[in-house]
Write a protein that binds this ligand. Structure first.
Ligand code: FAD
Length: 515
């Protein structure tokens, strides 16, 4: 008994030491001694312990506001030289729009990447135009800068107030991905600071393994400090179209037809509407249909409806030609005929549409709420089972936020990057995007949505749908191993090559710093 007791006490002591080492903080004096052109802050760092998800809050012990890339390199090199026993970690923070603390570093150092965003963007015109940007730059600013040259990036996210480094660490998916692939497939070159503090320029031709590791790498292999992004001539205007379906198969067939057709739309997404009593009634509703009266006639009243969302880009002198093309494309679809809503907006208005809704929500104090989001990638062969099991069944209401669903072509994804997709030619992005209102009850509180997410995940697992999480969140390494499947070994090898002490992006909870 005595021996067992002593062993238990010894074990408890070891665990306590390990925990305290894991979360040991950095003495300000050691950082202040570093030669950086920016500065460290040791107080007032609450912003670095919060994110869009608003569920996880860990304070760092310091925040670096870098002025130069060398500030980031010097800081990481310092932590690297302290060795494994310091337990100290470093997280890059873009715009902090993660959902579960992924950009946080408990008691560690957070790097405020937006402090680097003031650096110059350089647009290169020519046959294959591109722009060089600091990774802390917001996509909306890149859009405005490129438009001065009549150019724009090709692949977007639905919301542009996110940083380049933040979306390239995930994937960056929107309605253009079926044609151009995600944002991680539209990058020519990166500058990266590795977990050893080395500054490395990488591309398909140079340090290709690091280049592919970092893209979709969840911040695990290095901090992206600059990116070279592929551009195309910018459209001026957009025809923005929504049509409705009452049958999922017809909706999905039309979506899949459109993403495979030659001369198709420029953006293809979709929304699920469950038991909605006012159709255009959520934060993606900045859509202003030509005939709003017609739109308001469509209430789902307990039924599930599917809304196909499309755009076609054009310049004003092509308006007639584009109308003809749209008519011809729409004539091949099987939506409910009286549900065609069309509007016309500028390219910027379309791309920045979610920000318009953000401003409205912010004014009501409805933006900084918990967001228990769940994003999934579902293989095409299983999307019907998924829809049957989830929409109108597990999910009985979509009033607390949109549910997006749209297919993409796997051929447009580069499988050398760290990103893992379902193993089929076509897979769907399905995004459940609720917010928790302050006056929430048992039926629309945080716990309700978290358990709904759990039910959806359990259903996918039990039915063996081969679903992958996008913006993944796991708490054990076993789950990460399952997420990466056969790619796990490569992921681990890359970690030991580029961040062997597991200093970087601890908020992803994949690796723990060796101690
Ligand atoms: P952060 O939250 O700051 O960081 C995310 C992760 O990347 C962290 O682990 C962080 O450490 C790491 N990181 C940040 N910067 C760097 C860097 N420079 N180098 C290395 N690692 C870094 N995603 C889509 O794909 N499509 C969408 O349409 C879409 N819409 C969204 C709409 C809203 C309203 C929100 C809140 C999110 C949306 N997202 C979408 C998700 C978004 O792409 C991710 O949450 C992204 O990480 C946010 O970027 P950020 O700059 O805020 O990154």
């Amino acid at each position: 008994v005595l021996l067992t007791r002593s062993l238990i006490i010894l074990l408890a002591c070891c665990m306590a030491i390990k925990l305290s080492l894991c979360f040991s903080s950095v003495p300000p004096s050691s950082l202040n001694a570093l030669h950086v052109q920016g500065h460290f802050s040791f107080e007032g760092n609450e912003f670095a312990a919060s994110d869009f998800g608003n569920q996880i809050h860990f304070l760092p012990s310091a925040v670096l506001h870098p002025k130069k890339v060398s500030d980031i390199a010097a800081t990481i090199k310092h932590v690297w030289q302290m060795g494994p026993s310091s337990g100290l970690t470093v997280a890059a923070r873009g715009h902090g729009h993660s959902l579960q603390g992924q950009a946080q570093a408990p008691q560690g150092i957070v790097i405020n990447m937006e402090a680097l965003s003031g650096q110059e963007m350089q647009v290169h015109k020519g046959k294959l135009p591109y722009v060089d940007v600091p990774a802390g730059e917001l996509w909306i600013n890149i859009l405005h800068d490129c438009l001065k040259y009549g150019l724009a990036p090709k692949s977007w996210t639905d919301y542009l107030h996110l940083t380049v480094g933040g979306t390239l660490s995930n994937a960056g998916i929107s309605g253009q991905a079926f044609r151009h692939g995600p944002q991680i497939n539209n990058v020519h070159q990166l500058e990266v600071v590795t977990g050893k503090g080395e500054v490395v320029v990488c591309s398909e031709e140079k340090n290709a393994d690091l280049f592919h590791a970092v893209l979709g790498g969840l911040g695990q292999f290095g901090i992206i400090t600059r990116a070279r992004i592929s551009l195309e001539p910018a459209p001026q205007k957009v025809k923005w179209i929504r049509v409705l379906y009452s049958d999922f198969s017809t909706f999905a067939n039309d979506q899949e037809y459109l993403i495979s057709a030659e001369n198709t739309f420029d953006y293809i997404e979709g929304l699920v509407i469950v038991n909605r009593t006012g159709l255009i009634n959520n934060w993606r509703s900045s859509f202003n249909p030509e005939d709003p009266e017609q739109a308001s006639q469509f209430v789902s009243d307990g039924r599930t409806l599917f809304c196909l969302e499309l755009t076609k880009n054009f310049s004003p002198d092509e308006a007639t030609k584009i109308d003809k093309e749209i008519k011809s494309l729409l004539s091949q679809l099987s939506y409910i005929p009286s549900t065609l809503f069309v509007t016309e907006v500028s390219y910027v208005e379309f791309l920045d549409r979610v920000h318009a809704a953000e401003l409205k929500l912010r004014s009501k104090g409805f933006w900084e709420l918990p967001h228990p989001w769940l994003n999934l990638l579902v293989p095409r062969s299983k999307i019907h089972s998924f829809a049957e099991g989830v929409f109108g069944n597990i999910l009985t209401d979509t009033n607390n936020g949109p549910v997006l669903i749209y297919p993409v072509n796997k051929s447009k994804w580069d499988n050398r990057t760290s990103f893992v997709t379902p193993d089929e030619d076509i897979f769907y992005l399905v995004a459940f995007l609720p917010h928790v209102v302050p006056s929430s009850t048992e039926n629309n509180g945080l716990q309700h949505f978290l358990s709904l997410n759990k039910r959806i995940l359990n259903f996918c697992e039990t039915a063996r749908l081969g679903v992958k999480q996008y913006l993944p969140y796991y708490t054990t390494q076993e789950e990460w191993r399952a997420h990466y499947g056969p790619r796990w070994e490569v992921f681990v090898q890359r970690k030991s090559a580029y961040d062997p002490l597991a200093i970087l992006a601890p908020g992803q909870r994949i690796f723990q710093k060796a101690i």
